[in-house]
Design a protein around this ligand. Structure first.
Ligand SMILES: *Cc1c(COP(=O)(O)O)cnc(C)c1O
Length: 300
């Protein structure tokens, strides 16, 4: 069985896993703005022509990977890009860095709106503006489906060739879009964990994408509640241990929780062939590491 470079079997804390290195997937060779998760979601938009479109509209967090990816998409296509946020942290506004700074460099117009429900506000705004392409937060939208379906086919094909008896795929979720469409297009089970919001929030997101509960991914949880973007010593430690043991750099925002949940699952399900989907995101690790370093006094 020939392994492709993006498929990496590893041992970690006494258990075996396969890491599917989708962080190495490049939609456009050498293009750093779309790797892994965001590259799959933007496949449809990069590969097709939209002759009527002049403006791209979206919303979300001013620090998100999607902001940077969309800014690059708009730049490549020659579109205006308006990105709505409900809040920009003062220090980010004064000293832009990370995804926010990169998006500004690509010409993104990042606009603050005072709306109780930013989603419906932006939907209405986009609908009223001619020649506008609207992509909801995190690409939670059918436009993300074709690229994710391709990944699902690749995964299924490999699992068949590798002859895995009891495969299950694990990945960490934000909006749940990647997990939802993978499950829709795969015959074996997809599991995920909610990094943003609760398990119920994540299930609601699945229902926004499609109705059938039967086809929804299984949601794993930890007993302790973790808040998105907050610093946790156990997250940093696990991330460092993984890096040391596997020489793989995972993402610091989503992957530590994904690994915690999967390791718990592995203990009670020794017969499952666990595949972990590495969705990229390493670009954001620098700012996360700086934040951890500034808070080092808490971790003595
Ligand atoms: C965007 C992103 C996620 C979240 O993906 P969803 O499809 O919104 O659940 C997870 N990991 C990485 C690295 C991401 O960039």
């Amino acid at each position: 069985m020939g392994l492709r470079p993006q498929i990496q079997p590893i041992q970690f804390k006494g258990f075996g896993y396969v890491v599917w290195r989708d962080d190495l997937y490049e939609l456009i060779p050498g293009e750093k703005a779309f790797g892994g998760n965001k590259a799959r979601k933007l496949y449809h938009y990069v590969m097709n022509d939209f002759p009527d479109i002049t403006t791209l509209v979206s919303y979300g967090s001013p620090q998100s990977n999607m902001l940077f990816s969309l800014s690059r998409l708009a730049q490549i296509k020659g579109w205006e890009f308006e990105f709505f946020v409900d809040h920009v942290p003062q220090n980010l506004f004064e000293k832009p860095r990370g995804n926010y700074a990169l998006a500004l460099q690509n010409g993104a117009k990042i606009k603050k709106v005072n709306a109780n429900r930013i989603q419906s506000w932006v939907e209405e705004y986009a609908a009223s503006k001619p020649h506008t392409l609207y992509i909801p937060e995190g690409g939670r939208h059918a436009g993300s489906e074709p690229g994710i379906a391709m990944l699902a086919r690749d995964l299924e094909h490999w699992v068949e060739i590798a002859g895995l008896a009891n495969p299950q795929l694990m990945l960490a979720s934000g909006t749940g879009t990647m997990a939802y469409y993978l499950q829709k297009h795969m015959s074996f089970d997809v599991m995920t964990c909610p990094c943003v919001g609760s398990a119920d929030y994540l299930r609601d997101q699945f229902f926004e994408l499609g109705p059938s509960e039967k086809a929804h991914p299984l949601v794993l949880e930890t007993t302790r509640k973790y808040h998105f973007g907050k610093l946790y010593p156990e997250f940093l430690q696990l991330w460092q241990e993984l890096k040391k043991a596997t020489e793989i750099e995972f993402d610091l925002l989503y992957d530590p929780l994904g690994w915690l949940c999967m390791m718990d699952f592995a203990k009670t399900n020794p017969d499952v062939d666990l595949i972990y989907l590495h969705q990229g995101g390493q670009l954001g690790n620098q700012t996360m590491l700086e934040r951890y370093q500034r808070r080092a006094e808490y971790f003595q």
